[in-house]
Write a protein that binds this ligand. Structure first.
Ligand code: G3I
Length: 301
């Protein structure tokens, strides 16, 4: 293939980008998006603060714009994200206990129902594990409603949209480490008890080196019987950026159940990472060396 999306499709994968709704009116941005990518993740528009700014008052404007664009261009949509400790509306931050639990599950039901049939995969729960060596859950208002909040969220999402793949998504889980092993143990437990989980997202916000066991880590999750996806890829620009993009791409292609890769933005100027220049296109929309290495990796073999 001659584009990221077409080349990924030849390998049975998708290649996506995070997109904020306001950039759909930037013709340079959409020119690249529509040419190169065949999946979209809304960067902020499907988060709790955006979709339910007041309790039980839902706003789907931004998310709907993105879904409409995706459908018009034959792109998959990764829904991001139903429940997260960050970007909660103020009213939810002020709840706890049963009131918060009920509000959270109502949120899952309402949003997943609104987008029913339009979402390839939902990040049902985002970033619920602690950094560091504990391998345990992150402390948050949601966690304090009871350790079962994650499985209840997955069951609730399944009921609302049985056709969407349901993912757990996190960062710093890209190699084999205490945090990724904590997630691994949860997924293994969910599979053994029939909790509906279909996929695990590895954000892959990477610095200047790739964990040596990156592919092995994807594979151990795949071996549990879930799909794996690279969901928020960006890599510090340095001498190694192009090689690292190629290595991540090859790792995904080497894992049968790795179904796709998403970069967290299109151009460096779209990135949340300031001056790291971590994406595949420069601020003028030109292809970088990392673009070429990624495309070549997709087309190899
Ligand atoms: O919408 C408000 C706007 O009303 C206000 O005027 C403005 C002033 O600061 O802020 C706007 O909200 C910003 C929001 O993006 C929408 O643009 C927030 O301040 C800003 O913090 C928020 O940043 C997003 C961040 O998640 C929030 O944690 C980034 O765009 C987004 O790229 C980033 O994405 C996350 C993933 O969801 C999860 N994984 C990590 C990743 C990077 O942090």
């Amino acid at each position: 293939g001659t584009t990221l999306g077409a080349s990924a499709a030849e390998k049975g994968r998708y290649f996506g980008a995070a997109v904020p709704a306001f950039k759909l009116s930037d013709s340079q941005f959409t020119g690249i998006l529509d040419r190169e990518f065949n999946a979209i993740t809304p960067e902020n528009e499907m988060k709790w603060d955006a979709t339910e700014p007041s309790q039980n008052q839902f706003n789907y404007n931004g998310g709907d714009q993105i879904v409409t664009h995706a459908q018009a261009h034959g792109m998959k949509v990764r829904g991001h994200t139903l429940l997260w400790h960050a970007q909660q509306p103020g009213w939810a931050q002020n709840l706890s206990g049963t009131a918060l639990r009920n509000a959270a599950m109502n949120h899952v039901t309402q949003v997943a129902t609104h987008y029913k049939g339009k979402i390839y995969a939902w990040d049902v729960v985002n970033e619920a594990f602690a950094d560091g060596t504990s391998g345990g859950r992150r402390d948050s208002n949601l966690q304090r409603t009871g350790n079962d909040w994650i499985e209840v969220a997955f069951r609730t999402a399944r009921t609302a949209d049985p056709g969407a793949k349901l993912c757990y998504n996190d960062y710093n889980t890209d190699g084999v480490n205490a945090k990724s092993t904590g997630v691994y143990n949860m997924v293994r437990d969910f599979k053994s008890r029939g909790v509906p989980i279909d996929c695990v997202g590895f954000q892959s916000h990477l610095g200047t080196s790739l964990p040596g066991d990156y592919q092995a880590n994807l594979q151990r999750f795949a071996d549990l019987g879930v799909d794996v996806q690279i969901t928020e890829l960006d890599i510090t620009q340095g001498t190694n950026q192009a090689n690292m993009y190629a290595a991540v791409t090859k790792a995904c292609l080497a894992v049968t159940r790795c179904t796709g890769i998403t970069t967290w933005g299109v151009r460096d100027s779209d990135s949340w990472r300031g001056s790291d220049n971590p994406l595949l296109f420069d601020a003028n929309g030109n292809k970088k060396a990392a673009y070429t290495s990624t495309l070549n990796a997709l087309n190899a073999g």
